[in-house]
Design a protein around this ligand. Structure first.
Ligand SMILES: NC(=O)c1ccc[n+]([C@@H]2O[C@H](COP(=O)([O-])OP(=O)(O)OC[C@H]3O[C@@H](n4cnc5c(N)ncnc54)[C@H](OP(=O)(O)O)[C@@H]3O)[C@@H](O)[C@H]2O)c1
Length: 318
């Protein structure tokens, strides 16, 4: 597995297992299988509601000698309800306790949105509290305060690297004006229907590594009922034909495309054959023409859109 060295000096494998929507009852088995197959990077979050099961799997894998802690790269994310400086520590302590770890390799601000605080003892994961108008209850916490608390986690040894997710060019540029520790990573939605050329360039200028989430586009959102009336890119002749040239699947082409553009990828699957498929992307290389042809599929479609629940009544926050 190839890796990238982050600005923090730590190394991160270019393929990680995305853990959103891995149900608790299959999480342990999926993580154990993934480790046996060679996965070392796991993309977790408090909001995914499965860190306790993942922690049990990690502990078992370490105890049985499949892997050591230092071989693993574990990411988790600060949920929106815990942005205030006095709540950031509570959030990471719960995550570390669930994951049965002393530190995470990477801790990300999950969204640039501060929501009303919910103690972990009251509701966990907290999700979003809606008001009577169906709007999320927010909190007045500037991102600068949250970032300073994140920097404190590095100082305290609880996170090796810190970063952000869902930050656009404006938010990154602002963050860089005050960051004592610059973000090592911006994790954003990225696939052939959302290419984000400008954000990619900006992140590269700031030496912030981009991780691509939802690299297969629509399937992750189809199950949530998000409307979309086009063919997903995995079904397009172009992507299938490119894959056929290398004996690779459309999914492998989509992952390889992101990696060749300088990203790491965190595809999610609970299907053992796909675990192997999704990490087998380092034995072929797309030509520049193939990369450009896939770039040209861009529709600027963002499936993970916090605005969607307000125009369509199936809150993504749940
Ligand atoms: N920071 C953020 O705000 C944020 C937001 C969204 C996601 N993420 C992270 O990114 C990860 C990945 O994104 P995602 O879960 O939204 O979607 P994804 O990885 O793009 O797609 C997952 C879907 O694709 C299917 N799949 C997996 N491998 C496949 C293959 N080789 N061929 C065909 N289908 C395949 C999976 O089915 P099966 O599982 O049934 O195989 C599942 O339905 C998440 O799990 C999470 O860790 C972060």
């Amino acid at each position: 597995m190839e890796s990238v060295t982050l600005s923090s000096g730590h190394s991160m494998p270019l393929v990680g297992l995305g853990c959103w929507k891995i149900e608790g009852n299959v999480a342990k088995e999926t993580i154990r299988t993934a480790i046996k197959l060679g996965y070392r990077h796991f993309d977790c979050a408090a909001d995914y509601g499965n860190e306790a099961e993942i922690g049990a799997a990690l502990q078992e894998a370490i105890a049985e000698g499949d892997v050591t802690r230092k071989d693993l790269f574990i990411t988790s994310k600060l949920w929106n309800t815990h942005h205030a400086k006095e709540h950031v520590q509570e959030a990471i302590e719960r995550t570390l306790s669930d994951l049965r770890l002393d530190y995470v390799d990477l801790y990300l601000i999950h969204f640039p949105l501060a929501m009303k605080y919910v103690p972990v003892t009251e509701k966990y994961p907290p999700g979003a509290q809606m008001d009577e108008n169906g709007l999320p209850q927010m909190a007045k916490v500037p991102i600068q305060e949250t970032w300073q608390a994140m920097e404190g986690l590095v100082d305290a040894g609880l996170a090796r690297s810190i970063g952000v997710a869902n930050f656009n060019c404006i938010l990154i540029t602002d963050l860089m004006t005050y960051a004592r520790i610059p973000p090592a990573v911006d994790q954003v939605e990225s696939h052939p229907y959302l290419v984000q050329p400008v954000l990619r360039r900006l992140l590269s200028r700031y030496n912030i590594h981009m991780t691509a989430y939802s690299p297969f586009g629509y399937p992750s959102y189809q199950v949530l009922g998000v409307p979309f009336d086009s063919k997903n890119f995995l079904e397009l002749d172009l992507v299938q034909e490119i894959g056929a040239r290398y004996g690779k699947t459309p999914a492998q082409v989509a992952l390889r495309w992101n990696v060749q553009k300088g990203c790491s990828v965190v595809p999610k699957t609970v299907t053992p054959s796909r675990l192997t498929e999704n990490m087998s992307i380092f034995d072929f290389k797309l030509t520049d023409e193939e990369v450009s042809a896939i770039d040209a599929l861009d529709k600027q479609v963002r499936f993970n859109n916090v605005g969607l629940p307000f125009v369509w009544n199936s809150p993504l926050f749940d």
